[in-house]
Design a protein around this ligand. Structure first.
Ligand code: ZN
Length: 371
């Protein structure tokens, strides 16, 4: 399904949609305050405790290997919370209003290979502005996967399901490589219309600097601190990173690449009004349902629609906003893509598998060979 199969909103309807969603945003902003600060503090304390317990349990495998699995699980949970509910959301600036000295979009650095500043440059602006626009949103398929007929089929698409599983396993490195516009930096394939705010050498420095720090910490420093069980600690860190990588990749793919998540053409989005922008964000994103814990572990990207409508609001608020947004979408006859986590994940797999076969482009004149 593409934008061309869902009719654009009329000027009157899109103005009314903007009015409704703006009112919801305004009402939520008025409520910001102490409870957001308390939520963040509690979250960070829980994450630190989980990381500490995880590392102690892993080190305790010196006494018994039974400690290893619970240790890995605690560490993986800590890394997931650091990446999703804390990292993604703090780096969006969602909590900047509480003026925390470290938990803000300028200072925070997360426990993944991609450095925060490089990620912010592409994610906060490029992905959130040009969501699912063919040729403009570099996150659409990450330049690796063909997820729409608007892209030319290539031989490597035949095995893209395997590529996707590999990407999920190494997701932190995939994101780091991708966010640094690696094709341009390492291979000189520069897009004429793409201008970077930083030089290639700065991008390379960030890529290698942060990557080396992560490798040193996970695979040398912590194992050395527990020297007698060096190998087990290294293995435990590898497993915790693997679990976090799979989890984040799965959550992100379920938010944008489900069966009915739509794509758009640049010409359809020219001179977009606020209402049309809201409309595109709803059509291009997908939610999934689940428990409170599931929502927290996804960084509330289980409410991807609300995140794309209101990226600056503290994400824990998306849970109670979602029914209100869905009611507005229903009122305007806009498809609101939501389902169970499992169901959305299955449609992601089907989409990746379906586009691994050659198929006719939906809009021949617009076919893209690459991002
Ligand atoms: Zn985001």
């Amino acid at each position: 399904m593409t934008f061309s199969t869902t009719s654009p909103l009329s000027a009157d309807k899109s103005a009314r949609l903007a009015e409704k969603l703006d009112a919801l945003l305004k009402q939520e902003r008025l409520d910001l305050g102490e409870k957001d600060a308390r939520y963040l503090e509690r979250l960070v304390s829980t994450q630190r405790l989980l990381a500490l317990v995880g590392r102690v349990l892993i080190a305790a495998c010196y006494f018994s290997l039974w400690f290893l699995v619970p240790g890995v699980l605690c560490l993986a949970l800590a890394k997931i919370i650091d990446n999703m509910e804390i990292g993604h959301n703090v780096l969006h600036g969602q909590y900047d209003f509480i003026r925390h000295p470290y938990l803000n979009s300028n200072q925070f650095e997360w426990d993944i290979a991609c450095d925060a500043k490089s990620w912010q440059r592409t994610h906060n602006f490029e992905h959130h502005t040009y969501t699912n626009i063919i040729g403009q949103d570099r996150d659409y398929g990450y330049g690796l996967l063909r997820l729409s007929n608007d892209y030319r089929w290539r031989l490597q698409n035949s095995w893209q399901l395997v590529t996707y599983f590999l990407l999920s396993s190494l997701f932190q490195w995939g994101v780091s490589y991708h966010e640094l516009a690696a094709q341009r930096v390492f291979f000189g394939r520069k897009k004429a219309d793409r201008h970077s705010q930083v030089s290639d050498s700065e991008l390379k420095k960030a890529f290698f600097g942060k990557g080396a720090r992560q490798l040193f910490k996970d695979y040398l420093l912590f194992p050395l601190l527990c020297w007698p069980v060096f190998g087990y600690v290294l293995l435990a860190n590898l497993c915790a990173n693997f679990i976090r990588n799979w989890w984040t990749a799965t959550v992100i793919f379920c938010g944008h690449f489900t069966e009915n998540a739509q794509v758009f053409y640049p010409e359809d989005c020219e001179n977009e009004t606020r209402g049309q922008w809201y409309y595109r964000q709803i059509l291009g994103s997908s939610n999934f349902t689940g428990s409170k814990l599931l929502h927290i572990l996804t960084g509330h990207l289980s409410c991807q629609i609300e995140h794309h409508l209101f990226p600056d609001l503290p994400a824990w608020r998306y849970r109670h906003l979602a029914p209100q947004v869905q009611a507005i979408a229903n009122e305007f006859g806009i498809p609101y893509n939501t389902n169970s986590f499992l169901r959305q994940y299955l449609t992601v797999l089907v989409r990746i598998a379906r586009h691994s076969f050659p198929s006719k482009p939906l809009k021949a004149a617009e076919i893209r060979s690459d991002l």
